[in-house]
Design a protein around this ligand. Structure first.
Ligand code: HEC
Length: 167
């Protein structure tokens, strides 16, 4: 995605305010971390803010996991971490799983955002799932360490289950 110079400057200032340099992340990467708060995150998702991240090419079934078709999107810090084969992802790593209904229409999202360097048995991740693209109250989860999410995701590479390289 092309950005205007002024937008880059805003992103850099924002990242500096968040202390991104101490975390060793590039400012742009930190600016691409979604908000870990239910209301803001729903608006952020509706705006399609994740759509230019690396993603699976087509929705596919995820047997036994998320019903219907799913399509994973990885933000730049998470993608870089998976590419490097790291055992632990950095704070700010995030993934958005688009959830599709039987008719092939987008009907919700599942999100994981790593909020600190230590995954702390899933407490270091903010877990969010909403089964609507219009009503932000239809959440299944919106908290750090959500047990319903952690039980499966604990088996992943630092809680990430999407096969990498992306298909
Ligand atoms: C029954 C097991 C299971 C449960 C419970 C589960 N997931 Fe997943 N999840 C998966 C699998 C398997 C994938 C990989 C799908 C694929 O093939 O892309 C996945 C993928 C994801 C992804 C894409 C990034 C990643 O970690 O692979 C996110 C984000 C996600 N799930 C969030 C959630 C949230 C939030 C919850 C709780 C509300 C949850 N999941 C509960 C099995 C589960």
């Amino acid at each position: 995605m092309k950005r205007k110079r002024s937008e880059w400057r805003t992103a850099a200032l924002l990242a500096a305010a968040l202390g991104a340099t101490s975390g060793g992340l590039m400012p742009a990467a930190r600016a691409e971390t979604p908000p870990a708060s239910s209301r803001e995150l729903f608006e952020w998702l509706k705006a399609g803010s994740y759509k230019d991240w690396a993603h699976e090419s087509v929705p596919h079934p995820a047997p036994g996991a998320h019903p219907g078709g799913v399509r994973a999107h990885l933000n730049p810090p998470l993608e870089a971490s998976l590419k490097d084969g790291r055992a632990a992802h950095p704070a700010g790593a995030a993934a958005v799983l688009e959830l599709y209904g039987k008719g092939g229409a987008l009907h919700g999202w599942a999100v994981g955002i790593k909020t600190q360097g230590d995954s702390a048995a899933g407490q270091g991740w903010y877990w969010y799932e909403v089964l609507s693209v219009k009503d932000g109250n239809r959440t299944l989860a919106a908290e750090r360490g959500a047990p319903a999410c952690v039980e499966c995701h604990a088996q992943g590479r630092d809680f990430v289950l999407t096969p990498y390289p992306l298909k």
